[in-house]
Write a new protein. Sequence first.
Length: 350
Amino acid sequence: MKTPFGTTKDGKKITHYKLTNQSGMSVDIINYGGIISSMEVPDKNGVFGDVVLGHDNIKDYEEKSDYFGCIVGRFGNRIAHGKFSLDSTEYKLFLNNNGHTLHGGQKGFDKQVWEAKSFENEDTLGVKLSYTSIDGEEGYPGNLKCEVTYTLTKDNALQIDYMAVTDKTTVINLTNHTYFNLKDGGNSSILDHQLQIDASHYTPVDEGLIPTGEIIPVAETPFDFRQPKPIGKNIAVDHVQLNYGLGYDHNYVLDKTDNALEPISKVIEPESGRILEVLTTEPGIQFYSGNFLKGNITGKHGITYQHRTGFCLETQHFPDSPNQPHFPSTVLKPGETYQSTTIYRFKVQD
Ligand code: BGC
């Protein structure tokens, strides 16, 4: 179902798409930022509830969003000092985060209006979004043609397929920044959610949340989520990395060794019985525990988002990869196709 979603400050009309599958799960998407604005999934009693944070109008997305539900690009997470070099040319980006570049810069993909087309197949339905970022936009080289396809399947999974091509060598790292709260969509803390991530290593950061370049074991640290544990269990431990992140805000190096689409993370919310499974082709995932939410944003359903009332699991290449030659490469060359897939799949506890 397609409905108008208001007009941006610069006069662009925004459209809202509602996808509903055979079991009643729905996903709402707007073509401003490719934002997932709602996801209604059943709990253990079959009661549907919205499990993502966001707004119900375009003005609030433009004025008071913290990357809620959006597509992040051209480069997810931070690039140190907003600088990188390719073929001995240095490129400079807008510094929007304490002297560094975060999530694409001043006007990243989250603030662009995407072209949208809905589609329906026998068992699935979705929206295909397209956006061409022109050569030099936000300082990045190359005309970058991107397509992001959201597909809702009959088994309560939302599949996100990313595709891009360029006409000049560039860097790219696309992700989605949905904040989940499987209990109540952001009305209460996420600290009781039980998280599991198939990662025995992570990339520690400095005070500016830039990776130091090390890849270190999670074993015997608060970062060990190899077995499910409540997000809040060790979050208050006095650990330098938790102090820098103000909680969890770290890239996990997934144990899988190829780029096959595999389950890599699971979240269980014990009260509602809702389960979220994450599958990805990416080598990393940013686990962000909503540390910068501080009760100054009121979203849909009249909910004011307090500290740690949403968490993000952003599948990605590692932050600052353009400056870390030993990290998996984020370089895209003319003639190559960037492709990446992530699935958020919902289940309930038996
Ligand atoms: C980053 C956080 C940042 C947040 C934006 C996350 O992906 O890792 O440091 O504050 O996005 O809300």
